[in-house]
Design a protein around this ligand. Structure first.
Ligand SMILES: NC(=O)c1ccc[n+]([C@@H]2O[C@H](COP(=O)([O-])OP(=O)(O)OC[C@H]3O[C@@H](n4cnc5c(N)ncnc54)[C@H](OP(=O)(O)O)[C@@H]3O)[C@@H](O)[C@H]2O)c1
Length: 306
């Protein structure tokens, strides 16, 4: 397949590109800078220059493809207070790509996040269920859920659409996500902390396993599928803090919920959430078998602490 990939130069995308090429697909990656274009060329992909706001570029590249994997997201503005703006750009991109693919039966796979459900494990059957008012306020989970629902609705317009919900940590060498941020806070504070009893759990996957799932989704997911890129159902956040404390030689301590914002800053919300999730249905549907190291094993290898 000739596959148009947005976000091809990112953490997940730079694993998806070789996964697709290794399976015999041709990749056309969206690049907004010379550095990203060079990285894509070096990885063996074709480059189309543009940003998420260049809707004509997205429309044309999608129309010229046999399928699309959409991974780009404006994390820069999302994490500096404008999640709503990032979500709106994401939604517009999904709309134009969906228009370009409508009626074709071609696959369209996007990235989203596993839902946070207090007290239980989320499954693929848990709907995206966006609350429109919360999405309009820029609440991250509802913004992403609304775009996921829009993507799945394209199944009714003969697009083989699917949503891959990613775990909060997609770990591996070079990770710059939540786990390195938590390590940075531990270093700065001199203590490896967790909130309350730290019993809430985070699911995890190695990014190379997640990349394989994107390929399988593109190749085989039935229209309207929600899939979970979850290799490990849930690690208590306290256990994560313990590995970090051991590796850094720091004490491991609970932080009271009332002090969490001051201690963890923007990470307080994600760190307090229960993000345990299952991938039983995804594995059954697509034969996905994650086989890379788990989160603790990856942390014990030491590369997160150099
Ligand atoms: N990583 C995780 O653990 C995780 C967990 C849950 C959900 N997700 C979701 O999975 C997707 C991929 O995440 P990631 O970790 O790979 O993110 P990332 O490393 O931040 O990569 C983001 C990608 O989007 C591109 N991009 C950003 N703004 C753009 C714009 N205005 N126009 C065009 N391209 C733009 C970036 O291009 P440049 O290379 O030029 O910056 C990069 O290729 C995102 O939707 C993310 O929210 C990730």
């Amino acid at each position: 397949m000739r596959v148009f990939v947005t976000g091809a130069s990112g953490w997940i995308g730079s694993a998806v590109v070789p996964e697709l090429i290794g399976a015999g697909h041709q990749v056309v990656g969206l690049a907004r800078s010379d550095a990203s274009a060079d990285a894509l060329t070096a990885a063996g992909a074709e480059v189309v220059r543009g940003t998420l706001d260049d809707l004509d570029v997205l429309r044309r590249a999608a129309a010229d493809s046999d399928g699309v994997v959409h991974l780009a997201f404006k994390h820069d503005i999302a994490f500096s207070g404008d999640f709503k703006g990032a979500g709106e750009a994401d939604r517009r991109a999904v709309e134009v790509i969906g228009e370009a693919l409508a009626g074709s039966g071609r696959p369209f796979t996007i990235a989203s996040g596993t839902p946070s459900i207090p007290g239980r494990v989320a499954t693929e059957r848990d709907g995206h269920d966006p609350d429109p008012a919360a999405a309009a306020r820029g609440d991250a989970q509802h913004v992403r859920a609304a775009t996921a629902e829009l993507t799945l609705s394209l199944a009714a317009r003969q697009v083989r659409s699917s949503v891959v919900r990613l775990a909060p940590t997609n770990h591996g060498e070079g990770d710059n996500g939540f786990v390195p941020a938590l390590i940075g806070i531990a270093r700065a504070k001199g203590v490896s902390g967790y909130i309350g009893d730290g019993a809430n759990r985070w699911s995890a996957a190695h990014r190379l396993d997640s990349a394989r799932l994107f390929r399988l989704a593109l190749e085989n997911a039935p229209a309207g599928s929600t899939l979970h890129a979850v290799a490990e159902e849930g690690l208590p956040v306290r256990d994560l803090a313990e590995v970090i404390g051991r590796q850094l030689g720091l004490p491991v301590e609970s932080v009271a919920a009332a002090d969490a914002d001051a201690h963890f800053s923007w990470l307080a919300g994600p760190l307090a959430a229960n993000r345990a999730a299952s991938s039983v249905l995804t594995r059954e549907l697509l034969g996905w078998r994650p086989d890379r190291p788990g989160l603790v094993e990856d942390l014990e290898q030491g590369h997160y602490f150099k």
